[in-house]
Design a protein. Structure first.
Length: 83
């Protein structure tokens, strides 16, 4: 049973930007979620739930707190999706 999901970076960036309620152009690879984009714990949890539902994965709290930039999310998803 292979349910392989391809990780499309631009689609992921749009999904993350939409969930964080920021322009996708503001979601640069070096933009810090909390310090620069104003992400709080409620929005971070909403993002985790959105990613879990979209990609069929689990993001434990200890991994969620390590997600500080867009590349962190991309790398986490790549590991979890086996890509």
């Amino acid at each position: 049973m292979s349910t392989e999901i391809t990780l499309n970076t631009s689609e992921l960036r749009e999904l993350v930007a939409d969930t964080l309620d920021v322009e996708s152009s503001a979601l640069t690879d070096d933009a810090l979620f909390i310090e620069e984009l104003g992400v709080d714990s409620v929005v971070a949890l909403e993002l985790a739930v959105t990613l879990e539902q979209r990609y069929g994965i689990r993001i434990p709290e200890e991994e969620l707190v390590e997600l500080r930039t867009f590349p962190d999310i991309r790398d986490l998803l790549s590991r979890k999706l086996g890509g």
